[in-house]
Design a binder for this molecule. Structure first.
Ligand code: ASP
Length: 333
């Protein structure tokens, strides 16, 4: 029977016993072995990569792995370095505020099992990456926001403190003089830290932390804490993370897209390039006014990165040709 005729004839009570699969043409017998997963034969060396020029963060992440920590521990510890650095005005304490002068932070973390924790719009707590981990580890939820997230953090022992530094306050006051109080797209005002790591066991995890776009509207949440957009990890394939105009990354679910492209056989570099192409295509001519950059890592330890405009950079901490580990900085233009 054609679906339309069937629906016409069906009574409400008979509809209720129709299985979802017959209406939606679902497959109840999904073959889970039918997946394209690269087989990695060689032992993978640990590696840490991060958006922007953050050698201190990648070094701490690297040392965490050296001390026996997991890739998840590494991503958390690395992100914490930038959250504590008041000179980084895009992350954690010292982050630039929203247009009302309040610093609100977003962060997320994802482990090798595909578990995920995130917080959005959190005030007065510096280490939101660790709060995100607590959400993942200690609650039945995946995202907590605003007041609830802050209260949860305090109940977990986090200290509430003022995140607005004199420098960020002064910048905000300057912005107010000319901005007419409008949130302005500015390709320089972002520096989210997205970090991906592979540990000694070859497992991938990642974290992402930000104060979001400078002078955003109160309550605005970007991509950085949203699974699949600012960060995505699939321990069978690899991981990806984003920085830049969160609204545009959200519309393309950029990090998930990159991981899926890698699943289909693209290298991290090719996958990042394709994701940036999608962002540009979807945005019409708007891409001229915003920046978006992605970095990616696959299970073989290969890395990739791509961005829309000049001025994006990323940091890699890995073994070099002399078997020494070191941090390398790549300026993308
Ligand atoms: N992606 C961040 C956001 O939209 C901004 C940034 O990268 O700094 O909130």
């Amino acid at each position: 029977m054609k679906r339309r005729n069937f629906l016409k004839k069906a009574t409400v009570s008979s509809l209720s016993i129709v299985t979802v699969s017959s209406l939606l043409n679902c497959d109840n017998n999904i073959n889970l072995s039918d997946k394209t997963i690269p087989i990695i034969k060689t032992k993978i060396k640990p590696i840490v990569i991060a958006t922007w020029n953050v050698p201190n963060a990648t070094e701490i992440a690297w040392k965490t792995i050296q001390k026996g920590g997991s890739s998840l521990d590494a991503a958390e510890q690395g992100c914490r370095v930038e959250e504590a650095d008041i000179n980084n005005q895009s992350v954690g304490k010292g982050g630039r505020p929203d247009r009302d002068g309040n610093v609100t932070l977003d962060a997320c973390i994802m482990n090798k099992e595909g578990d995920y924790g995130a917080v959005t719009c959190v005030e007065d707590i510096t280490h939101v990456i660790s709060v995100a981990r607590k959400v993942m580890d200690n609650t039945p939820h995946v995202i907590l926001t605003g007041y609830g997230a802050k209260q949860f953090a305090i109940s977990e022992g986090f200290k509430a403190e003022n995140l607005l530094t004199d420098k960020s306050k002064k910048d905000w006051q300057e912005w107010q003089k000319t901005s007419k109080y409008k949130p302005i797209i500015n390709i320089e005002n972002h520096d989210t830290i997205g970090m991906l790591a592979i540990d000694e066991k070859g497992d991938i995890a990642g974290g992402c932390t930000t104060s979001g776009l400078s002078y955003k509207m109160a309550g605005r949440v970007g991509d950085s804490a949203i699974i699949g957009s600012g960060l995505f990890i699939d321990n069978e394939i690899g991981g990806a993370t984003a920085t830049g105009m969160g609204e545009e990354v959200l519309k393309t679910v950029g990090s998930f897209l990159i991981v899926e492209l890698m699943r289909q056989g693209k290298s991290p570099q090719q996958a990042c390039e394709e994701a940036v192409k999608r962002v540009v295509q979807k945005s019409g001519t708007r891409y001229k006014d915003f920046q978006v950059g992605f970095i990616a890592l696959n299970k073989s330890g290969e890395t990739g990165s791509y961005c829309i405009h000049e001025g994006f950079s990323y940091q890699v901490y890995k073994e070099n040709e002399n078997k020494n580990y070191k941090s390398e900085y790549f300026n993308k233009s």
